[in-house]
Every structure is written in structure tokens, then in C-alpha cells.
Design a protein around this ligand. Sequence first.
Ligand SMILES: [Fe+2]
Ligand SMILES: [Fe+2]
Length: 215
Amino acid sequence: MGFSPDRRLDPDRLVSELDKVVRVLFGDAVAGRPSPARGIAEDNLDGATRRHAAALMRVNHCGEVCAQALYQGQALASSDATIRSALENAAKEEGDHLAWSAERVRELGGGLSRLNPIWYAGSLALGYFAGRLGEGWNLGFLAETERQVEQHLEGHLQRLAGHDTRTRAVIEGMRREEAEHRRTAERLGARELPEAARQAMRLAARVMTTLSYRI
Ligand SMILES: [Fe+2]
Ligand SMILES: [Fe+2]
């Protein structure tokens, strides 16, 4: 499990990775593709409905911040160029999710979670750790994350007011792609995580979603 020193000490790489962190946490995410909400008229939502939807989208944005860190950690730790490039597309789509969810939070009059740097650091460490366990576990961790995000977004679709078509479109668009990311990781050879690990991940996700709904 040697980490080639040229990759670790490469200053260009270090700068570009740090740049990524700063952009995710403090920059305005720019999507490469239009939001799934584009062209859909804004529904007439009352104050409470808007606040609830904004909070749900803040949770989702927070999840996308974590996805950025997970994919970054994965790419940093992985030594397999084929897997790294196969996951690049998923990482790019996560970048769009980040921008779409931030945009929707703002449209609904909400703010982003102030705890994002904490979740980012935790996810980066987890992604890196999983990456160092070898490709099978690394991909297994990614696949399980995507599976849980998929289920979580399904839950949000149920908790959302029926007439908030724009928010619904964003969540549905993201959910479709998370399913595709999971399938990609599975295709590349993801191992199935032990039940205890899956439960620990669900618990961590619950802490994150509960807190980011509020702050
Ligand atoms: Fe995503
Ligand atoms: Fe994803």
C-alpha cells in the first residue's frame, strides 16, 4: 500500500486539490448542465412550506458537499487510473448537484449549512481511508453511500409538499444520477460492506441530516 512520493509531494496537485476544497466550501458552485428545474414555473408556496423545502434542500446540498469530499478522497487514494477516470464523470455530476441544490436553497430564501466544513473534512478523511483499504472496499463504500443517498432523496420526495414542482424536479434529477453512480461503482467491482459498516454510515448520515436541517 505504498503511496508514491511523487504523487504525494507534487505541489501542483496539492494546490489543485486545495483549490477544489476552497471552491466547494466558499465559492459559488457553477453547474456544467442546467438544473432539472429549468423551465418549470415556481409554485405559489406559503412561508412554512418554503422554509421546510429550503431546509430539505440545505440537507441535500450538505450531502453534495460530502459527495465532493468523498470523490476527492477516493481519487487521492486510488492508484488505479481506470477506476479514477471511470469515476470522474460521477464526480462531475456531483458538482452539478452541488450547484443545483445551492441554487434551489437560495430560491426558496434559505441559507447553506454553516457546518459544511466539518462534514467536508469528515467525508474527505473517510473517502481517503476507504480508498487506502483497496479498490474493492473503496468502491463498496462509494456504492453504499450512493445507495443511501438514493433512499434518502426518495424520503425527501415524500416529505415535500406535493405542489413544489421545482424542488421536486431537482431532487428527482439528482436521485436518477445517484442510482447511476451506484451502478457504476458496482460495475467497477464494489464489494458489499458488512452490515455494521452500513449501519454506522446510516447513523452518521442521520446526525448530518438532522443538524443541517437546522443549521
Ligand atoms: Fe449527488
Ligand atoms: Fe452520486
